[in-house]
Ligand binder design. Structure first.
Ligand code: ATP
Ligand code: MG
Length: 255
């Protein structure tokens, strides 16, 4: 199973929106997809209509994260019309503290949970808005990362912080972490000067090595999520941003 992490510790840069639509685009290509909600706030789980799972007292992703050897995520995944979901759970609010208390090793728990899974072709993982140990778990579990950003100066700063954290993880875990692409999200044309500067910076910093995609602000994206699906879901309205997500999915699928 390929694993694609959608990560940026900065809040509100469309991690969850991109996870849902990239999962939808991959499923639209005929792939079996698992969307994993690794954010304790559970927005992906909520947006897709599974608040019951989020609030459930049953064994959950939290328990699996806490004791990976005792769980198989195929028992915790639930079906959605487009793809399967590993929902977040309200207990995940303890997870960051649990992992910090447990030291360095627990940063490989998500990787060990996913290593033997082959029910799906690809997992797309929505990371939380923090540089803490849950995010480290997502990064170390994924051979591919996509970084959503917004076209502003604070996103440039956030990317520099993220790159520093990736360097630290590479050194500590003797591994290579590759950014597969940058998704500049919620772009509004015409660009103002700050947005243009930011776009130029992302192109200059990454454009030579990895694709820099732009997803424009579209109410159709919000409306699709309001009805619990991606732009590729049954009955979702036409939207030009489907092409961008289809291009991202093609890159992920072919690689
Ligand atoms: N292309 C877009 N068009 C319209 N609205 C968008 C687009 N991308 C994101 N949004 C909206 O922007 C807001 C933030 O998006 P989202 O929740 O996906 O960000 P996030 O990075 O996951 O946030 P958090 O850091 O809180 O997890 C949401 O209200 C979402 O609906
Ligand atoms: Mg989110």
């Amino acid at each position: 199973m390929k694993r694609l992490g959608i990560t940026n510790q900065k809040g509100g840069v469309a991690k969850t929106t991109n996870t849902i639509n990239i999962a939808g685009a991959l499923a639209d290509r005929g792939l079996d997809v698992l969307a994993i909600d690794a954010d304790p706030q559970g927005y992906l789980t909520h947006r897709l209509g599974f608040e019951d799972a989020y609030l459930s007292d049953d064994e959950s992703f939290y328990d699996a994260f806490t004791a990976p050897a005792d769980y198989n995520i195929r028992d915790l995944a639930i079906p959605h019309a487009e793809f399967d979901i590993l929902p977040s759970n309200i207990d995940m609010f303890h997870l960051e503290q649990d992992l910090i208390a447990a030291g360095m090793r627990p940063r490989l728990r998500l990787k060990s949970l996913l290593d033997d899974v082959d029910e799906w072709d690809v997992a797309v993982i929505d990371a939380p808005p923090s540089l803490g140990p849950i995010n480290d778990n997502v990064v170390l579990a994924c051979e591919r990362l996509l970084v959503p950003v917004e076209a502003d100066a604070s996103s440039q700063l956030a990317v520099n912080h993220l790159l520093r954290q990736l360097d630290t993880l590479e050194a500590n875990y003797e591994t290579t972490i590759d950014i597969e692409g940058i998704v500049v999200s919620n772009v509004d044309y015409p660009l103002d000067n700050e947005q243009r500067d930011a776009m130029d910076w992302f192109d200059g910093r990454f454009g030579e090595h990895v694709p820099v995609w732009a997803v424009r602000r579209r109410v159709a994206i919000k409306r699709a999520m309001d009805s619990g699906q991606s732009l590729f879901g049954e009955g979702a309205e036409e939207c030009d941003m489907r092409d961008v997500y289809a291009t991202i999915a093609a890159e992920v699928a072919d690689d």
